[in-house]
Every structure is written in C-alpha cells, then in structure tokens.
Design a protein around this ligand. Structure first.
Ligand code: TRP
Length: 326
C-alpha cells in the first residue's frame, strides 16, 4: 500500500557507520519505511563541507548506500538515492539562501563547533549547510524527519525557512516535524562519558563491518569501572547493559542485572554476553553487505535518483513559479 505521509532523512557518507549510528538512527529508518513514504539520501554535497579526497568520497558513498541496503532499506518501497544526482537540491538551496537571515545561520551550534575543529577550512558551504539541509527536506514536502537531538536546531531553521517562504511567496511548504529517535544513546567503549564516535579512535566504537574476533577484543577492553562510584553503576557498565537492552537480549539482561544487584556479576560474563549479542546482530548485516556488488548499488541508486527527481522537479517547477522566474 502506498503510504501518504512522506519522511525524509539524510546520512553523510563518512565511511562505515558504527553500532551507535545503527541503534540510534538507522534501525529506526528501516522500521519507519513501512509506515511512511520514506525518502533516504546519502548526502554527498554535505560531505564536501569538510575536505575529503575524491577517491574516499566515492568509496564512502558506495559503502554508506550498501550498508543502508544491508540493514534493510528496501528500494522497492522506499527511495534511496545520492544527493548530488538530484540537482534540484542545490537549486532550491539557493532560493533559501536568499530568505534566511545571516544572523540565524550564525546561531547554529554545529557550525560553531565545526568552525572550531576545522579552523583551516571554514568555508561558505560549512556555514550554509543548514540551507541545503532545509532544501533536502522541503523539496519533497516531507512531514517527518527522523533525526538525532543534535539536528533539532537545523530542523527548527528548516521550519523557519518554510514559514518565511510561505509568507513571501504564498503557501507552499508544510512545516516538517522531527521524529526523535527514542533515546538510544550508545557511548564510547573507552570513554563511556562520550557518545560513540569514530573521531575518538578505533577502540572506542564497533564498526558495522567489524569481524567477530575484533568485536570480542574491543568489548573485552571496554572500560567498566572508573574509580569509586558511590553506589551507582559506572557509566561503562551501564553502557554495556544498555547495549544488551537495545540489542533485545531481555532475558540475559535481566539475569545479569540480578547478579549485578547481588554484587555477584563478573564483568567478563557481561562482556561475553554483549559481544555475543553484537556479533549475532552484525552477522546477517555483514552477509547482506557482502552479497551486494558495487554495480548493483549504483543501479539501485540511479533508479532511486530518478524516483526522487520525479517529485523534486515537479515541486521545484511550482516553487520557481511562485518566486517569479519565467
Ligand atoms: N545534517 C545531518 C547530519 O549531520 C544530515 C542531513 C543532511 C540530514 N540533510 C538532511 C538529516 C536532511 C535529515 C534530513 O546528520
């Protein structure tokens, strides 16, 4: 059955996603594709706001799309495409550039953070990123946008842009709603007070393509206790329990929790349970991944871009009429 509500989300091609990306966001994308008309994009125009080698960008784009397919994004019911193959995104972003006040852009915390960490390359694209993101979403008249909390500010700006456009040119855009992923935050294995992220280094995260023995090793080395914690579960141990919970190991979770409360829990048992659960989850994903050829991915993406363009170009024609282009 064709779903009537449209959902859009984007992922930057930064290489192999990690377990935190999967449990915190991508798993939700797969689930949502049955209740919405899902449009999912590998947003490569966003990726070049940070300097990246062309060869690496190409590789990362294919890897990211392949992972999405391996996780269960179904190109027969959802649309999966690469942003740069649908030129309407950047066209609409220009129109939005001429609506959005510089002062609003200057408030964006992601920009401020990135400008600090990439001092040598504070380019206009990095600053303008939220206008392109607004174009991604509004181009498809998406009602729902699954994002993490870090993207809420961008989504609020998207809603502001929609309102400004409607005020100036007449009602066209719907203000999209954020679908916040139920708080499933996976922390780093080595720094359990920080979110799992590739920037922290190999030992801190589980890549979705990590082999079973690597998973076992990384989990075995995960930080558990970090000095005395007055009667409180330490963040590292809590993270391991959270992983069991999110990986739907209800029974094991309860048993080990009981042992923990009785002061009998051996962390090595907890770690074995966690790495077993992770490997069990990753196995089918990795099998799927290895069974998709790069060529097959490219074909799926091409068809996806055609499907996306059908909607995008129709909407952009209307938008351009409203703006006064002849
Ligand atoms: N900015 C998002 C991120 O960093 C990626 C993104 C780009 C996106 N365009 C989007 C997310 C549109 C949702 C909708 O994660």
């Amino acid at each position: 059955m064709k779903q009537t509500k449209t959902l859009f989300s984007g992922i930057k091609p930064t290489g192999i996603p990690h377990l935190g990306n999967y449990l915190g966001a991508l798993k939700n994308w797969v689930e949502l594709q049955t209740s919405y008309q899902g449009i999912y994009s590998v947003v490569d125009y966003h990726a070049i706001t940070i300097a990246i080698e062309p060869k690496i960008l190409k590789q990362n784009t294919i890897i990211t799309a392949k992972i999405l397919l391996a996780l269960g994004i179904n190109p027969d019911i959802a649309t999966l495409f690469v942003q740069s193959q649908v030129p309407e995104h950047t066209e609409l972003a220009w129109i939005f550039n001429c609506l959005v006040p510089v002062a609003e852009m200057e408030r964006m915390t992601q920009y401020k953070d990135k400008a600090k960490t990439h001092k040598q390359n504070v380019n206009m694209g990095l600053f303008d990123y939220p206008a392109l993101m607004a174009a991604d979403i509004l181009l498809y008249q998406a009602q729902a946008v699954p994002v993490g909390e870090d993207q809420l500010q961008h989504l609020e700006l998207t809603r502001l842009i929609a309102r400004k456009f409607n005020q100036r040119y007449g009602q066209f855009f719907i203000e999209p709603q954020a679908l916040i992923t139920p708080a499933k935050k996976i922390m780093s294995l080595q720094n359990p007070d920080k979110k799992m992220s590739k920037e922290l280094g190999e030992a801190n995260y589980i890549s979705l393509l990590d082999e079973p023995n690597i998973v076992i090793k990384k989990v075995a080395r995960a930080v558990t206790d970090m000095g005395p914690q007055e009667n409180k579960m330490s963040p590292g141990v809590k993270n391991l329990f959270d992983l069991l919970d999110y990986l739907e190991q209800k029974e094991t979770y309860q048993n080990l929790q009981k042992e923990y409360k009785q002061g009998k829990l051996k962390y090595s048992d907890l770690k074995t349970a966690v790495s077993d659960a992770i490997n069990q989850t990753l196995k089918p994903i990795q099998n799927n991944y290895n069974n998709i050829s790069d060529q097959a991915v490219k074909t799926i993406l091409k068809i996806g871009a055609e499907k996306a363009r059908e909607i995008a170009s129709k909407n952009l024609i209307e938008i351009k009429k409203l703006v006064g282009f002849i």
